[in-house]
Design a protein around this ligand. Structure first.
Ligand SMILES: [Mn+2]
Length: 320
């Protein structure tokens, strides 16, 4: 796969690098890390993500280059899609991505990746950034501090700062190599994990005041309505992390965070050990990893909650 990318790079000039909607650290960091590598190789690189970059990542070099809109009619020699199991994850129903670029390169680490690319570089790894890092070594790219910082942020955010079990020896080796490139790890960790907005704390407080449980405490969930978000002036990025907090409760096997937004309900799933939450998410047209997944459905919050909790109870019973 890496050799196919190497061959492709001999032929292309303009490149679009795209990541999934509701971007996370891996998506943003991988986009920029890869994009800088391609720029280094003399390519003209454009960056695209349908949603804004969460403020927590605004310190990363190059975030301003990421655009929320594509120029109508513009075409690219190649489209690199990162951290997305399918083209639909780009969250843009109006763009025909296949018509947009001569070749699609799919770089990802989701086990449910549909191999939608002309070139598919899909790996079993903690994060997409591990694949980009390997690609950088293969292409003998110079890992300057900018690239290293972006890849480091991607690596720590997808491993929960090296806490999740997707953390491997290779993860630490990669982190060590990135540190050698000048990444100030403490500074980055403080920015990402120890800096919260007041709004985030307030919306978390509201969410926590409405905790609910099912299956003798094995399922825990809470919901945030549009009204609650407005009340404290919170944005989508302010609710990130609430679901992890629910999972950390003793005895909880599955945690779900519901967020009502306009006409849809967004859901985040986390699992501790026994349940594959990507299966639950898939029932609602979502997807993700075994222990972290998400979905978006149309409908009324209470009804969606009831359906999802019933499905989760069913999945949990199968595991018992
Ligand atoms: Mn990822």
């Amino acid at each position: 796969m890496k050799n196919q990318i190497k061959e492709l790079l001999k032929k292309v000039n303009t490149v679009l690098v795209a990541g999934h909607s509701d971007p996370d650290g891996d998506s943003i960091g991988s986009m920029l890390g890869l994009g800088f590598m391609l720029e280094q190789a003399g390519k003209t690189v454009h960056y695209y993500c349908v949603d804004s970059v969460p403020r927590v990542y605004s310190f990363l070099p190059g975030v301003d280059k990421i655009k929320k809109n594509l120029t109508p009619g513009q075409r690219f020699d190649a489209l690199f899609v990162v951290d997305s199991s399918d083209l639909s994850r780009l969250g843009d129903k109006t763009t025909d991505f296949r018509a947009l670029a001569g070749t699609i390169v799919n770089i990802d680490h989701h086990h449910d990746n549909t191999n939608f690319g002309d070139i598919n570089y899909v790996v079993a790894a903690s994060s997409t950034s591990e694949a980009i890092f390997d690609l950088a070594l293969y292409l003998k790219a110079k890992l300057d501090r900018r690239i290293a910082e972006c890849l480091y942020v991607a690596l720590i955010t997808d491993t929960g700062n090296f806490r999740y079990e997707n953390t491997t020896i290779k993860t630490f080796q990669m982190a060590a190599e990135l540190m050698k490139c000048g990444v100030k790890t403490h500074e980055i960790t403080t920015r990402i994990y120890d800096t919260r907005t007041i709004k985030a704390v307030r919306i978390t407080a509201l969410a926590m005041s409405g905790l609910r449980f099912a299956a003798e405490g094995k399922i825990c969930w809470t919901a945030v309505t549009g009204e609650m978000m407005e009340q404290v002036g919170a944005m989508g990025e302010d609710v990130v992390g609430i679901v992890d907090c629910l999972r950390s409760i003793e005895g909880v096997e599955v945690a779900i965070f519901f967020r009502e937004k306009d006409e849809v309900v967004k859901m985040n799933f986390r699992s501790k050990d026994r349940v594959n939450v990507s299966e639950i998410a898939r029932k609602f047209n979502g997807g993700g990893h075994l222990k972290a997944a998400g979905a978006v459905v149309n409908g009324n919050l209470e009804k969606v909650e009831a359906m999802v909790i019933a499905e989760t109870e069913k999945q949990l019973q199968w595991k018992e």
